[in-house]
Write a protein that binds this ligand. Structure first.
Ligand code: WTA
Length: 654
């Protein structure tokens, strides 16, 4: 983030106290901060008591093996039972769990009783495929109810799931299946995106060519498109699941039993399998959802407009809302299909009270203009949330005004795949919000902003965000790589968790997130590693070397800009077919290797890359170029004329 943006943020003086009506009936009051500070373990124990435990824990938090944490040790519970059955037992079987809206306009309503029936059938189906507690199951799904059902069925039988975002490529899917050694895959023929069926099954078939140990593929029919079929391996969901017994006795698992693995980009090319476990994760997902969104399960209609393939979908479409017995909206498609008012039409149709989405969506709506949401009745909304990237004050103000009618608090929630649940966020009935600030750690969470040497910075200064105490929903390790877990998160500031984000404390001590400080980009709220895109580019036969940077983008937060040096063959191809054609090929290649979300916005063919004397690529300079900024100090460059050459190749460059 540039100095200019920083000082703009610090000049932000607008303040929004909680609406009195909301504050008067808020689930959480200011006292929670004091209670949690006085005794964090007692605070989290009380939060855990909001769940049903088959056996009580003997210890709330065990940090004796730091940085490997254990929470609620000795306790046993079943996540699916907590998310589904216990609400039915409490007489709430008729409450709607999901209003599902397909992109073409087809709809389904699932009550908690329906969900219980389907989760039990799916659990029995997985058992019939030989899945046992501890086995990993990979999901590659569109946004349909079966995705939730499959996740809960896995949780019910203690088989950790790994959901791979449907926008990822066959290669990415294969890498994840192999890394966690999944033997069963759940998928669909396809899903609807941008007004057309978008196939998923072919990518599974391609991925599995390299996964000999996968024995079963369970396929949901969603779009009806043709699918390839491997006899003996592939089985239709409607054949297998529908034929199962709707009764299944849920077994309670240890609080530290693995619940899921979610892959996320790090600073190397290989994604990290973030492991979440049972009791602590569900406690924090449920408590934060209840507190930060002030949910009233018998009144609210809650909507997280994100994909289940990301952690936001795991914690705030599936586990948090269901643990709280809330009614949610689940939407399959894109925001502009068939028109740019689709989200607002959904809000109006279902009387959505609470909307949670990413700043990139908000900035897109801003670009489309106020008149579009203005055509719908959005008065059911009472609370708005933002997640995934820094929200700039103007987008925050627009969200509050054009969507929230100047009456809804906007909670900017900071957290990560690794944290499992929200960590830094306003509480809507307590906090006076500042546009662009996540304010302070939630009760029970301890965070600090520190300088290079690990000393907390004074108010008014910036540094690195660290978490100084373990928390219930924290990742337990990186799947299969404990050393990498230690090195990545616990080595930079020993004893503290290093989040990889820059942050600033204002004069009140409130926290403003400034984006990643490592080589991870944030494109439309999706984490993508520069190294991952670089290795995809270098795997193309025409490319000799590549350097990738995230450049500020008005809509997506960051856009991927790639600088590539071509091999001799590549130079020749560029001469013959034109540089544009080579760029097109390379963009398609990245899309195939990783997925369309990682496709570079711009590819610049260059003769050389700026490097330090020790041979490190100077990304800061490349970013400056990509953002058309004046260059700073280039004296450590081996050849400072490189920069001029690069700049000449930039469209609009001088
Ligand atoms: C960024 C998404 C600023 C941050 C839940 C973090 C944010 C990364 C915010 C995690 C926010 C998330 N303000 N930045 N409110 N929320 N981030 O793992 O850089 O996909 O490290 O988890 O997103 O992304 P992830």
């Amino acid at each position: 983030m540039s100095e200019e943006t920083l000082s703009n943020l610090l000049r932000e003086e607008r303040r929004f106290p909680p609406p009195p009506e909301l504050a008067a009936h808020a689930n959480v009051t200011a006292a929670a901060y004091e209670e949690a500070a006085a005794d964090p373990e007692a605070f989290w124990a009380a939060a855990a008591h909001r769940l049903d435990w088959a056996r009580p824990w003997t210890q709330v938090r065990d940090w004796s093996g730091a940085p490997f944490a254990r929470w609620f040790t000795g306790g046993r519970l079943n996540v699916a039972d907590n998310c589904v059955d216990r609400h039915v037992r409490a007489g709430l079987g008729d409450r709607v769990a999901f209003h599902w809206e397909g992109e073409p306009g087809d709809t389904r309503t699932l009550t908690y009783a329906d969900l219980k029936d389907q989760v039990c059938r799916a659990a029995n189906a997985l058992l019939s495929l030989g899945v046992q507690a501890g086995d990993r199951v990979a999901l590659y799904m569109p946004m349909i109810p079966e995705t939730v059902v499959a996740m809960l069925a896995c949780a019910r039988i203690g088989a950790p799931h790994t959901v791979v975002f449907g926008g990822f490529s066959a290669d990415a899917l294969r890498g994840r299946i192999l890394d966690c050694d999944a033997r069963v895959v759940v998928t669909a023929d396809g899903g609807y995106r941008k007004g057309a069926p978008s196939a998923l099954k072919p990518a599974v078939d391609e991925a599995l060519e390299g996964c000999p140990d996968v024995r079963s593929v369970l396929v949901v029919r969603r779009t009806g498109q043709d699918v390839g079929w491997t006899e003996g391996r592939d089985v239709w969901w409607h054949d297998l699941v529908d034929a199962q017994d709707p009764a299944h006795e849920a077994e309670a698992f240890d609080s530290e039993h693995p619940l899921y693995i979610m892959y996320t980009s790090g600073t190397t090319a290989r994604p990290k399998g973030i492991l979440h476990t049972t009791g602590g994760y569900l406690t924090q997902a449920a408590w934060t959802h209840w507190a930060v969104f002030d949910v009233k399960p018998d009144q609210d209609v809650y909507w997280t407009a994100a994909d289940i393939g990301w952690v936001t979908g795991h914690s705030y479409i599936v586990y948090g809302p269901l643990a709280n017995g809330v009614t949610s909206v689940l939407y399959e498609g894109t925001p502009d299909t068939p028109h740019q008012g689709r989200w607002w039409e959904i809000v109006e149709k279902y009387n959505v009270t609470t909307l949670y989405c990413a700043p990139t969506a908000i900035r897109t709506f801003m670009k489309w203009g106020d008149t579009i949401p203005g055509q719908y009745d959005l008065t059911s909304l009472r609370l708005l949330g933002s997640v995934g990237e820094p929200i700039n004050p103007e987008a925050w103000m627009w969200y509050r005004h054009a969507i929230g009618g100047d009456r809804c608090p906007v909670v900017d929630t900071w957290w990560q795949t690794e944290t499992g649940a929200q960590m830094i966020s306003p509480l809507p009935g307590v906090s006076t919000c500042k546009p662009g600030s996540a304010l302070r750690p939630l009760p029970g969470i301890a965070a600090e902003v520190v300088d290079d040497t690990g000393r907390p910075v004074p108010n008014g200064s910036g540094g690195y965000l660290v978490l100084t105490q373990p928390w219930p929903g924290m990742l337990r390790t990186i799947w299969g790589d404990e050393q990498r877990y230690i090195d990545t998160y616990w080595s930079r500031f020993p004893g503290w968790y290093f989040a990889g984000d820059g942050a600033k404390k204002d004069e009140d001590g409130d926290i403003w997130l400034l984006g990643r400080v490592d080589d991870v980009m944030n494109v439309s709220g999706h984490r993508i590693s520069t190294t991952e895109v670089e290795s995809a580019l270098v795997s193309h036969p025409l490319v000799a070397e590549a350097a990738v940077v995230g450049a500020t983008d008005a809509t997506t937060g960051q856009g991927i800009v790639a600088f590539v040096i071509l091999r001799a063959e590549g130079e020749k191809a560029a001469e013959e077919a034109g540089g544009d054609d080579v760029a097109r090929q390379l963009r398609a290649h990245v899309s195939k290797e990783i997925g369309p979300i990682a496709r570079p916005r711009q590819i610049l063919v260059v003769a050389e890359l700026p490097k330090t004397r020790s041979g490190k690529i100077m990304r800061r300079l490349l970013r400056d170029i990509a953002e058309h900024r004046d260059l700073g100090d280039v004296t450590t460059l081996t050849d400072s004329t490189v920069m001029d050459t690069i700049r000449e190749r930039l469209p609009g460059g001088s």
